[in-house]
Design a binder for this molecule. Sequence first.
Ligand SMILES: NC(=O)c1ccc[n+]([C@@H]2O[C@H](COP(=O)([O-])OP(=O)(O)OC[C@H]3O[C@@H](n4cnc5c(N)ncnc54)[C@H](O)[C@@H]3O)[C@@H](O)[C@H]2O)c1
Length: 311
Amino acid sequence: MNKISIVGAGMTGATTAHWLAERELADLVLVDVVEGMPQGKGLDLLEAMPIIGKDVKISGANDYTATKDSDIIIITAGLPRKPGMSRDDLLSANAAIVGTAATETLKHSPDAIYIVLTNPLDTMAYLTMKKTGLPRERVIGQAGILDSGRMRAFVALETGVSVENIDCYVLGGHGDEMVPLTRHSNIAGISLKEYLPADTLEAIVARTRKGGGEIVNLLKTGSAFYAPSAACAQMAEAILKNKHLIVPCAAYMNGEYGLKDMFFGVPVMLGRTGMEKIIEYKLDEDEKIMFDKSAAAVKETHEALKNLVKF
Ligand SMILES: NC(=O)c1ccc[n+]([C@@H]2O[C@H](COP(=O)([O-])OP(=O)(O)OC[C@H]3O[C@@H](n4cnc5c(N)ncnc54)[C@H](O)[C@@H]3O)[C@@H](O)[C@H]2O)c1
């Protein structure tokens, strides 16, 4: 059985474990600083396995030894947003937490592939790669599957078409400048630009960009967790099953799309070695402008990180 450790057993961490256990993909370890909480959630989930008929071992811990020999480490530890906060407001608190989580888990699982969820996402993925010194194939950030999933859900609500027929591609940084590519997004092969009136599509794009904030404002405490954790589970499955699945994720850019030394949301192929390949779309002029604006915002947060942390 494969092994996945999830650091941060809060809303997204525990729900990721839930989705993963349903897939019977790997034994699971939850790690958190709160005493008893990861053990309690782990045991509760373990006791659900006979009921849903899945042979998965799940446990919780407050230290990293339990994560030994993990195939995948998922980092969800850190503070979530409160109403009125941007993801970037979380930078200094979460940089300390993610930095420790990354280096400590690597000691016990030198061959692991890292999936990062903590915000500000692109910069936390960058921090994880720099702190661990891992090659870029083995550090991937989750954002694009979620943002694209939100857009797919809104298109389905608007059109009544099955979510299975709707493909959306939301790229760029995981912030308000994210880039929903409406030309490439489609319903059963028909571009959304053709399928939907311009004002309807514009409203869907605007709602997608603010999708995380919409949920933060409704919840009042904490941020979205069902969809983000479902996205993490999809990434872990694609990796462990060596699916060569193409999905939008945050990847380290080494010249692709004209970007260097930064994490950014692009279509990647996921397989057993992690991020196998970055897919490069041909962007038109408008798309390129949106990409550059989003990249500038991510770069700014990366620079703020470099003033806080030494690699
Ligand atoms: N990338 C995305 O799409 C996305 C989506 C949702 C949430 N997030 C981010 O994920 C993070 C977690 O969100 P959440 O809703 O699960 O928050 P949460 O508060 O429910 O859970 C976070 C957990 O991290 C734990 N923690 C704090 N410091 C730790 C440490 N040093 N080691 C281990 N655990 C530690 C906390 O005790 C808590 O249980 C936030 O930064 C949030 O913004 C990202």
